[in-house]
Structure formats: structure tokens, C-alpha cells
Design a protein around this ligand. Structure first.
Ligand code: NOJ
Length: 561
């Protein structure tokens, strides 16, 4: 195994330039502002930044409606500012990945404008048209309740065009070799400007067959291999992190059996069952999701996450499970979205309960994969449900108690800063939390530091240990003759459990707590009795602290004993 696969243990931090830091005082965050906050991110310990789309765009879907792939939207700065930023990030050892939104363009993109005006234009066939209204026009909407159809009539083109998402996002005809070549060109362009890879938007739709006569879209997985090949050739350490909310039985199709397609995928399966487990205080559904998503090529990696810039999509849960999550974390209709999800930020979902927040993050950091955080979550930021759809969880970063949370000098920020209630910037901000050793910010910094010292999570194999208590999840990792164990109590009440660690007898005796002085020595039968407080969590090193001296330089393919 090549040791250099940085994404196997990356700590990824996602942010939108427009709501992070505004340096020029026009109310919109910009690259110059973000650059000045790189030291903050460096201090937090993140190793990669994932930027939401920042290319030229009418901005009707948070930038996921691009009108020019080769420009920075002027409100965020220039290409020059972008390169300064990627360079400054690199100097701090932070990699940058950016969104690659190529399932669709904005309807304002010159390609679409030309295509609709001129049936003979080269770009006509870059989109998906139909002379007649297709039979399935009111099926397959991604934003049910808001989006009315997947085909709209364009009076200039005198034809219907396909749009998997909103009507202002016409789908690219991604089966067209010219479109495919352009996608590679876009990747090549940004690679040249210093990025280390892409979070590829809506992957199942990008590779699906599209058209008025397509009843059941077929995924053209080979496309993923050509993108991967191109990227790896242009820059060896560049990656693709796929947004693909798919069922586990197709995971291998996305990763590629020999790891020749996507390097990373967000683990949507685990994400949904994790929230159900938290709601029901029952780890079993989560255990099943972990086992179902276990198969992956050695070089591939999951992105573990709690919340992102979209709604928490619960579409894969059974009806009763979804109901349980709604009741626990988003009971009011205004907290829910698209009939399948919750649009709140994590802290309000968990009632600002610090114990539960730590539990949730501790899980995120220790489940198989690399953690992906969302800006502001390190502070426990809240949401503004008065804002429509997903905008509620995209409010400006809260830096200080200065006006508009120190995000901008302008009186008109791009989105309102949260300035009332318990999540208002007067209470929740980075400056205050920096000074408080017990703050969420400093907890997050410490947990990231510790997570970096447990590479077993990213590289190793895992086994779920029996605890005889459904509310307690115990997961053990093994890698290169080193082993770590993580125990989480999902229940609000304390729990006492006993477990047997998988290791050679002398190692299995001792569990060294990595976060406190509460270590454990096994009894005569080799059992560890652990008492966990409500929502308690433990990070243990199996054996002793001389583990590094025993670490092997090569992989051992034997399963955990
Ligand atoms: C998925 C993105 O995460 C979401 O924000 C966006 O609206 C759609 N793709 C369309 O690009």
C-alpha cells in the first residue's frame, strides 16, 4: 500500500466563500477574506478545505448553477485571488478541493443560450431536448414540493429541455463525447490553479443515460474511470470525492472493483442510520449500515459527515424510522424539507446539548472514513428558519461580537447573520470560544489533534464488538499491528457494559484512555467493565502507549483476531 494517500485520513472542512469572511466590505465573503482566515483553519487542524461552487453564476442555487466554469464569480474576487488562496493554503499544508458541478449548467450559460437560439449550433446537443412533452415530465424531481417537473418548455428553442434539478439548471448531455472532453478540460484547468481534487456533484445523475425515451436511466460507470485516469495523469495526488446517495450494493460500482473509479464517496447510508441511531438510542441500525458499507477497495475512502449545506436527507430510512428522526430532531414542518429531510443545523437539532454534540462528533471522527466538517459546526452555530429551503443553514460565519459577527463591515451581508436567541453571534462566536478552554471550538481542535494520532480509523479494518447493550456501540480498528477502540453510549442514561477486546492476550488486558485518565484493565477472564455516563464516549488505545514502537511498516491483511 502506498503510504501517501492523504485522503485516507484527511480532516475536511467545507465552506462557502460568500459566507465565510468579507474583506472588501461589500457584504459578500471573498477569497481575500478567506485567505486571512487560513491561520484559523490551520489552528483548528483541518487538512483540506472543500469549497462550495464559486465560479461565475446567477446564484440561484448557492452557485450550483454555473454560467462560466473558467471564471471566479466577480463577487468573490478574481482568478488571481484564487491562486493566491490555493498557494497560501498549500504553504500551511492545507489542500483545497472544489465542487465540480457538471451534471447541469445555469440556463444563463453561453452554451445553453446558444443551444436554445440555434438548433444547428454545436452546443445544441450539449443539452437534452425533446420536441414533445415527455411522458415522465412530472417524475424524478430532486426537490419535491418546490420543483414542479424535470422537463420544461423553452419557447426560443421551441422544445422541451431536461433538468434533473431546478428549471434554471438544464442538464448537460453527459453522454456526448464533446461534453465529456469539456468536463476533463474544466478539471485540468482548476488542477493547474492549485486544487487537489473535486467534490463531484450529483454523480449518479452525471453518469446516467438521459433523454425523453429513457424510462429507466442506466449508469455509465466507465465515465468515472476516464475522469479518474485523466486526473491521476495530470496530478498524481488529486482526488474525486463523489456525492452519490446510493444503495450499498452499488458502492463498488462507484469505487471500481480495483479502486479505479472514485477515490472517495460520502457515506450517506451511514449518515442516515447514524441520525436514526441517535434518535432511537439504538446502535443496531447503524451497525448494519456500517457492515453494509464495509466493502471498499483498499485505496478508497468514505467521507463521514453529520450535516452539510443541504437538508439532512432521510429518504433511505423506513417510514417509521424517518418519523422517529423527525420527532426527535425536527418536529415542526418548518424544520423539514422536500418531504424527506431536516434542514436545521446540528446544534439546534440536538438542542444545543453539549454532551450529545460531542457524542455525535466523536462518532463522526471515529467511524470508518475521513471526517468532513461543516463551517461553523466547530462553534455549534445555529440556523435561521425564516430563510427559505436550505439557506437556513448557510448563514455567515460568526467570528466575533463585532457588528455582523465580524463577518463583514457592510450593513447588508449577503445573508442575515444570526443575531438573536441562544445561537446569536453575541453568544456563539470564534473569538469568545478561542479564549475558553472548554469551548466547542477548543474541544474540536483537541479531538482533531487526537484523531490525527489514530490513523487506524482511516487505514485500518474494523470490527464491531459485542456489548450486550443496543445503546452502546463499540468499534475496534486494527492496522499495522496497532489497534484502537471507540465506545459510544447513545442513551441519555449511564450504562455499564463489558466487552472483550480482539487482540493477543497481553494486549487485550489494557485499554489506555486517550482523552482522560480513566483507563481500563481487564478482569481475570479478559473482560473489560466500562461505565459510561449518559451520551458518554471513550477513545482507547489497545495494549499500551508503546504502540508506536510496535507499529509495522507494512500492511497485514489478516483480519482482527
Ligand atoms: C447537490 C448539491 O449538494 C445541492 O446543493 C445542489 O442543489 C444540487 N446538487 C444541484 O447541483
Amino acid at each position: 500500500m502506498i503510504n501517501d494517500l492523504w485522503y485516507k485520513n484527511a480532516v475536511i472542512y467545507s465552506l462557502a466563500v460568500g459566507t465565510y469572511m468579507d474583506a472588501n466590505g461589500d457584504g459578500v465573503g471573498d477569497f481575500a477574506g478567506l485567505m486571512r482566515r487560513l491561520d484559523y483553519l490551520h489552528g483548528l487542524g483541518v487538512t483540506a478545505i472543500w469549497l462550495m461552487p464559486f465560479q461565475a453564476s446567477p446564484g440561484r442555487d448557492g452557485g450550483y448553477d454555473i454560467s462560466d466554469y473558467y471564471q471566479v464569480d466577480p463577487c468573490y474576487g478574481t482568478l488571481g485571488d484564487f491562486v493566491e488562496f490555493t498557494h497560501a493554503a498549500k504553504q500551511r499544508g492545507i489542500r483545497v478541493i472544489i465542487d465540480l458541478v457538471v451534471n447541469h449548467t445555469s440556463d444563463q450559460h453561453a452554451w445553453f443560450q446558444e443551444a436554445r437560439r440555434d438548433p444547428k449550433s454545436v452546443h445544441r446537443d450539449w443539452y437534452v431536448w425533446s420536441k414533445k412533452k415527455p411522458r415522465d415530465a412530472n417524475k424524478g424531481m430532486v426537490f419535491p414540493g418546490v420543483q414542479k417537473s424535470t422537463w420544461s418548455y423553452d419557447s426560443t428553442a421551441r422544445a422541451w429541455y431536461f433538468h434533473r434539478f431546478y428549471d434554471f439548471q438544464p442538464d448537460l448531455n453527459t453522454s456526448n463525447p464533446h461534453v465529456q472532453a469539456e468536463i476533463l478540460k474544466i478539471m485540468g484547468f482548476w488542477i493547474q490553479l492549485g486544487v487537489c481534487g473535486f467534490r463531484m456533484d450529483a454523480v449518479p445523475f452525471v453518469i446516467a443515460t438521459k433523454g425523453a425515451n429513457v424510462r429507466k436511466p442506466v449508469e455509465q460507470y466507465e465515465m468515472l474511470r476516464s475522469m479518474r485516469e485523466f486526473l491521476q495523469w495530470r496530478q498524481g495526488d488529486a482526488i474525486i470525492l463523489a456525492e452519490a446517495n446510493v444503495l450499498p450494493d452499488t458502492d463498488m460500482d462507484y469505487f471500481g472493483r480495483s479502486g479505479d473509479r472514485m477515490h472517495m464517496m460520502f457515506n450517506f447510508q451511514v449518515n442516515q442510520y447514524l441520525f436514526y441511531a441517535l434518535a432511537a438510542c439504538d446502535s443496531r441500525p447503524l451497525q448494519r449500515a456500517l457492515k453494509a458499507t464495509r466493502p471498499r477497495p483498499k485505496t478508497a475512502q468514505w467521507g463521514s459527515f453529520l450535516r452539510n449545506h443541504d437538508e439532512l436527507d432521510l429518504g433511505r430510512l423506513a417510514k417509521t424510522q424517518r418519523k422517529a428522526v423527525f420527532e426527535a430532531f425536527g418536529p415542526e414542518p418548518r424544520m423539514q424539507l422536500y418531504k424527506r429531510g431536516i434542514r436545521r443545523r446540528l446544534a439546534p437539532m440536538l438542542n444545543g446539548d453539549r454532551r450529545r454534540l460531542e457524542l455525535a462528533y466523536s462518532l463522526m471522527f471515529t467511524l470508518p472514513g475521513a471526517p468532513v466538517l461543516r463551517y461553523g459546526d466547530e462553534l455549534g452555530m445555529g440556523d435561521n428558519l425564516a430563510l427559505p429551503e436550505r439557506l437556513c443553514a448557510r448563514t455567515p460565519m460568526q467570528w466575533s461580537t463585532e457588528p455582523n459577527a465580524g463577518f463583514t463591515k457592510s450593513e447588508k451581508p449577503i445573508l442575515p447573520v444570526i443575531d438573536d436567541g441562544p445561537y446569536g453571534y453575541q453568544h456563539v462566536n470564534a473569538a469568545a470560544q478561542r479564549r475558553d478552554p472548554e469551548s466547542m471550538l477548543n474541544w474540536t481542535e483537541r479531538i482533531i489533534r487526537m484523531r490525527k494520532e489514530v490513523p487506524e480509523v482511516g487505514w485500518g479494518d474494523f470490527e464491531i464488538l459485542g456489548t450486550r447493550d443496543a445503546s452502546v456501540l463499540a468499534i475496534q480498528y486494527e492496522w499495522r499491528n496497532n489497534s484502537a477502540l471507540f465506545v459510544h453510549n447513545l442513551a441519555s442514561a449511564p450504562r455499564e457494559i463489558s466487552l472483550t477486546v480482539k487482540a493477543a492476550k497481553e494486549d487485550a488486558r489494557l485499554l489506555i484512555n486517550l482523552l482522560s485518565e480513566d483507563h481500563s484493565v481487564a478482569d481475570g477472564k479478559g473482560q473489560h467493565r466500562l461505565v459510561l455516563e449518559g451520551y458518554g464516549y471513550r477513545w482507547f488505545r489497545v495494549g499500551g502507549l508503546d504502540y508506536l514502537l510496535r507499529q509495522s511498516d507494512i500492511d497485514d491483511d489478516r483480519p482482527i483476531r
